[in-house]
Structure formats: structure tokens, C-alpha cells
Design a protein around this ligand. Structure first.
Ligand code: F6R
Length: 612
């Protein structure tokens, strides 16, 4: 969580920094601030509230500095307030720091610094960092050009936890230092200027060339140079990476909100994710993977590990892996997996799904699996993200930048990529030939069918208008449809703040039906021809008890039975979530709009959960 931006160049830094923060606001938005190096020393401007409030701070327009760091906060330690906002400074106001992550041993370090005469003015874990830098700087008797860098290195050696740090100092008006460990940070290379950001889209309009830092590598930036160092400050070389995304794909392009734009981008996202990997007439190819038939045959288990929406994509992946490859597959929530001592050995394949590639629990679960001897495979939307750098293998969804906090196109892209992965495994294992052929054909038709599905928008909007004041909504499904019910319930609660729950339709009678009363809304998904009749029976049970019903289906159901039926194109039930989730994404969106809420930045949430 939290977004950080940095600039070093020849232009005024403050507008560039604020602009970058506005694009990173999805990562946290309870306070914001910038620090620049001015003629007479460091200037810090910050306050609680949204980034745009920075424009109102007295003196912000007078800043002339061409080096600066900036931060938008999602509070962990200490409530949102001016004092707790970043940037922080040391007691002598010589060093300024912004931080994304959590310093786990901050109490111990705070005590150490307090014992050494330092005073703290905030409740944050971050404030120890500039003071510790100051402590090491003062202790160092060598007065060479690496003195600040050494102080930062010594500080980082003391820190436990996760951090992406930007540091500027009044002692060196021509440099900025950055370092990261388990928190995201990218360096954008410009011409006579360089940029820092928590993610690529925020600075994509300035450059397409990026450097990525590994854990505990340092970068010393000047206007026209960037030097890289390892943990012990030995110089290292880094290759610049060119990013294909264009800046426009990170803008709203006429849509009212990013979420709506991203829902509509799904046909393209799926098309791009399929890319050249899949064709009806040839075997599915993943150049990044080299799994042999013997290795796959020898597997005792596949784990699909992720959080939130990505975990829901994993649930769809499990159905496909087990049916097509006959390999036992378990889906785990990363925050549970890492602490439950899972049974893992070299006959286990662990697959980690993460849109951002920066989710702390998912990364920790990956590290654990590696330690226990499993092969690890990352599925991410962000090239070079932490998870892809840790994993033995990485494959990518090509959904383009996802800005809205609620995930939409990343989810459908993950489901399609998992389907292709299951096909790749099945073809390597020489299993399920007929099912694989059919599935390939269906996957190739998905972009067209998604366009068709999106035509339900007006009817869904009307249904949203009918139910936006409800307090509870229930989602039901069986088999793969139940995974969509879970994802749709999550989406609704996230952005509309309506309590929503999902159940396997057959479970209803075992308890949840007690909640059904007159007028309550029950939404069901029915795309599996083998299960549709069973689900219809369950829905009749709730209709009898007065429920209002919305049905999403590609089957011939008796429309008269239900309040609203949204018909979606038929497809193989393995990939039906890619179509059936769309009307329900739109429903959440329109309910949130009806309620006048901030769709893209729902309360208490952040896009990338880089803390436990
Ligand atoms: C929900 C949502 C979250 C994320 C989860 C994992 O709309 O976006 O549930 O899916 O935080 O994030 P990633 O995929 O970045 O690891």
C-alpha cells in the first residue's frame, strides 16, 4: 500500500510529483506529501486527505526545487494526520524520507534512537528511518561522496520488514537514493532527468525505459546518471527494460471511471493474454516453461495460492487442472497457506497468482514453497514485479494496467491464462484430447463473446437501480458457477458497501436459507448444463420465500420464473466465468454509482496490499 514518486531533473519537481501521486492514489489516499530540495534546504509540504489537497497548501506554488520525493499514504502505524504523513525528516531536518512498507522492528529501533537523544513527533514506523540515517551519517568519520549512501546502507541493515525508500538530503543537492525490500519501486530513465514510482503506469507518460531493483540493491540517481550497488555497496550493472504499454492505456479515455473502462477492456485483455500461445491446430506453447511429461506425471499435488479476486481465479483454475490433467489441485488463501505448514516437497508444483505481483502474503507463501523444495510458478500482470523475480517460472496476463481498486480485467485474464496452462499441462501429459480441442476453440472465441456479453449493460443498470438500497444480497451457483458467485459477492461488497455473501446452491438448505425473507435479492449463475436444473430447484426454494431473483445464464431456463434473466453466450463451462462475471461486475459498478460512492477508490482498500 502507499504510493511513492520521485523526480530528479531540471524542471520544477513539485507539479511532476503531485501528478505522479494522483496516478498512484489507488494505492492509498488518506494523506499525501512532497519534499523538495530548495535553495535554503529541505522543504516538506504534507497533510491528511486526498492528493489534490496539496494544491491548496500555502507556498506549494513557490517551490523551485528540481529534486523531490512524494508519498500518498494508506495508514498502518498511526491514524491519518499531518504528523503521520510522509515525507518524514530527522530531528536536524537534514534527511527526508518516504517509505512504503512496514518496519517490523520499529519499536526496538525507536527505543535505541530515543536512548541516543532523538525525539519522535509521529506514531509512524517510518520516522525512525531518517533519524537512523542521521545517526549513521554522524558516526561516519570518512567525508567522501558515498557518506550518505553508507548511512542509508547501514540503516537498511538494521531494518526488519518491508520497505521501498526514497531519500534526499540537504547535504547533497544533486542526488537521490532509493532502495527496496519486498515493496515495489521502479526507476524510470529519462533524458537528463530520472523518475521513481511505485508502479510503471504513474510515470509512463514520461518514459518507457525502466530499471528494476532486486531486494536490498541501492540506486544513486543524479540528473543524467544512475549508479547501482549491491547490499554491500559494490557497483553492479543493470539492464534497462522497455515497456510496451502506452500511457493512454493508463488513462480513462472518456469513461467516467477506471473500473468501467477496465470492464470494457476485457475483450482486448483476453485477446492479448491469449496472444500467440494458443491455436486450434497446434499445441499450446509457453516459451517460459519447460515442464516435461515425467515431471508432471510425478506431481502429487498442485497448489494455486493467491488472495482475494486472484484466489477466485485460482478456484476456476482448480476445476480445469483436475478435470483436464487429473492432478490433485488445492486452492489456498496466501495468508493462511504461509502459516498452516502445508505439505510441500519436490513433487509439488506451487502456482502463485497476483495481478500486481506485489502482494506481501503471496510473496511470503512463494518463498516458503521454494524453501520446502517445490517448483514455483508466478502468474502476474506486471512484468518484473517482485513475485516474478522470486519464482522459478513466470507467465503473464496481458491485461494492461489495472487502476481501479476492484479487480475486473485482471481476473478474467487470470482465468483464461489458467485455462491455457491446464491445456499446456494436459497436452504435455497427453490427457483429455477431445476436451482440450473443444476448450481451445472456445477460448479463441471468448473476445467476440465478451463483446456480446457487454451488451447487457443497460438491463443490468436497471436492475442495479432496483436494488441499490438493499442491505444484503446473496449469490448462488454450483461447480464453476459457485466460484463466480464468490467473486461477484466480493465485488459488490468492495465497491457498494452492501453486505453480500455467496453459497454453493446445494448448501442453502443446510443453514443459509434461514436468512431468506420477503424481498431479499438472490442472484444466481447457471452455466453448467449438467447442473442447471439442480440450481433452478434451489432458486425456486428462495422464490417461494419471497426472494427477488436475477439469473445469469447461457442455458434455456424458463424466464417467467425469475425477476430478471440475463442471457450470455454459450461457451465451455471451464471458461464460462470469463463471461458470466461480466454482468455482475457491471451490477456492482452501477450500484456503487447509484449510491454516489467513489467506485475506483473504495473506502479502506488499496490496490496493492504490500503489508501482511
Ligand atoms: C478485489 C481485489 C483484491 C485483489 C487481492 C490480490 O477486487 O482486487 O481482492 O485481488 O488483493 O491482489 P493481487 O492480485 O495484486 O495479488
Amino acid at each position: 500500500m502507499c504510493g511513492i514518486v520521485g523526480y530528479i531533473g531540471t524542471k520544477k519537481a513539485s507539479p511532476i510529483l503531485i501528478n505522479g501521486l494522483l496516478r498512484l492514489e489507488y494505492r492509498g489516499y488518506d494523506s499525501a506529501g512532497i519534499a523538495t530540495i530548495e535553495k535554503d534546504g529541505l522543504s516538506i509540504m504534507k497533510d491528511k486527505g486526498r492528493v489534490k489537497n496539496l494544491y491548496n497548501l500555502p507556498g506549494i506554488d513557490d517551490l523551485e526545487g528540481t529534486i523531490g520525493i512524494a508519498h500518498t499514504r494508506w495508514a498502518t502505524h498511526g491514524k491519518p494526520s499531518k504528523e503521520n504523513s510522509h515525507p518524514h525528516v530527522d530531528n536536524s531536518e537534514s534527511f527526508s524520507v518516504v517509505h512504503n512498507g512496514i518496519i517490523e522492528n520499529y519499536n526496538e529501533l525507536r527505543k535505541f534512537l530515543t536512548d541516543n537523544g532523538y525525539t519522535f513527533y509521529s506514531q509512524t514506523d517510518t520516522e525512525i528511518v531518517p533519524n537512523l540515517i542521521h545517526y549513521y551519517y554522524n558516526k561516519d568519520e570518512n567525508d567522501d561522496e558515498q557518506k550518505i549512501l553508507r548511512a542509508v546502507k547501514n540503516t537498511c541493515k538494521d531494518l526488519k520488514g518491508s520497505f521501498a525508500l526514497e531519500i534526499i538530503s540537504k547535504y547533497d543537492k544533486d542526488h537521490m537514493i532509493v532502495v527496496r525490500k519486498d515493496s515495489p519501486l521502479v526507476i524510470g530513465k529519462g533524458d537528463g532527468e530520472n523518475y521513481i514510482s511505485s508502479d510503471i503506469p504513474a510515470i509512463l507518460s514520461f518514459t518507457r525505459e525502466f530499471y528494476l531493483l532486486n531486494d536490498l540493491e541501492f540506486a544513486l540517481l543524479s540528473r543524467d546518471d544512475i549508479k547501482f550497488y549491491d547490499t554491500d555497496l559494490n557497483p553492479i550493472d543493470k539492464k534497462v527494460q522497455t515497456i510496451e504499454w502506452n500511457a493512454a492505456s493508463a488513462e480513462k479515455e472518456g469513461y467516467e471511471d477506471y473500473m468501467l473502462k477496465e470492464i470494457h477492456e476485457q475483450p482486448t485483455a483476453i485477446r492479448e493474454t491469449i496472444g500467440a500461445k494458443l491455436d486450434e491446430g497446434t499445441k499450446c506453447t509457453f516459451d517460459e516453461l519447460d515442464f516435461t511429461k515425467d515431471y508432471l506425471k510425478g506431481l502429487h499435488k498442485i497448489y494455486l495460492v493467491a488472495c482475494g479476486t486472484a484466489m477466485h481465479a485460482g478456484l476456476a483454475g482448480k476445476c480445469m487442472m483436475e478435470r483436464l490433467c487429473r492432478i490433485p489441485t488445492e486452492v489456498d488463501i496466501a495468508s493462511e497457506f504461509r502459516y498452516r505448514d502445508p505439505i510441500i516437497d519436490d513433487k509439488t508444483l506451487c502456482i502463485f497468482i497476483s495481478q500486481s505481483g506485489e502482494t506481501a502474503d503471496t510473496i511470503a507463501a512463494l518463498k516458503l514453497s521454494k524453501q520446502k523444495g517445490a517448483k514455483t510458478l508466478a502468474i502476474s500482470n506486471v512484468i518484473g514485479s517482485s513475485i516474478t523475480r522470486e519464482a522459478d517460472y513466470s507467465i503473464y496476463t496481458h491485461a494492461g494496467p489495472e487502476i481501479a481498486v476492484a479487480s475486473t480485467k485482471a481476473y478474467t485474464s487470470q482465468v483464461v491464462l489458467l485455462a491455457m496452462l491446464a491445456i499446456y499441462f494436459a497436452e504435455t501429459l497427453e490427457e483429455s484430447e477431445v476436451e482440450v480441442l473443444n476448450l481451445k476453440k472456445e477460448i479463441l472465441e471468448l473476445p467476440k463473446k465478451l463483446e456480446e456479453t457487454l451488451k447487457c449493460e443497460e438491463r443490468i443498470k436497471a436492475f442495479g437501480h432496483r436494488i441499490y438500497q438493499e442491505k444484503d444480497v446473496f449469490f448462488l451457483g454450483r461447480g464453476i458457477d459457485e466460484t463466480v458467485a464468490r467473486e461477484s459477492a466480493l465485488k459488490l461488497k468492495e465497491i457498494s458497501y452492501i453486505h453480500a455473501d455467496s453459497y454453493p446452491a446445494g448448501e442453502l438448505k443446510h443453514g443459509p436459507i434461514a436468512l431468506i425473507e420477503n424481498g431479499i435479492t438472490v442472484i444466481s449463475i447457471m452455466t453448467d448444463p449438467k447442473l442447471v436444473e439442480k440450481t433452478v430447484s434451489n432458486i425456486q426454494e428462495v422464490i417461494t420465500r419471497g426472494a427477488k431473483t436475477l439469473v445469469i445464464t447461457n442455458q434455456d431456463v424458463d424466464a417467467k420464473l425469475f425477476d430478471t434473466v440475463i442471457r450470455i453466450p454459450e461457451t465451455d463451462s471451464f471458461v464460462s466465468p470469463i463471461l458470466s462475471v461480466v454482468p455482475l461486475q457491471l451490477l456492482s459498478y452501477y450500484i456503487s454509482k447509484e449510491k454516489g460512492l467513489d467506485v475506483d477508490k473504495p473506502r479502506n482498500l488499496a490496490k496493492s496490499v504490500t503489508v501482511e
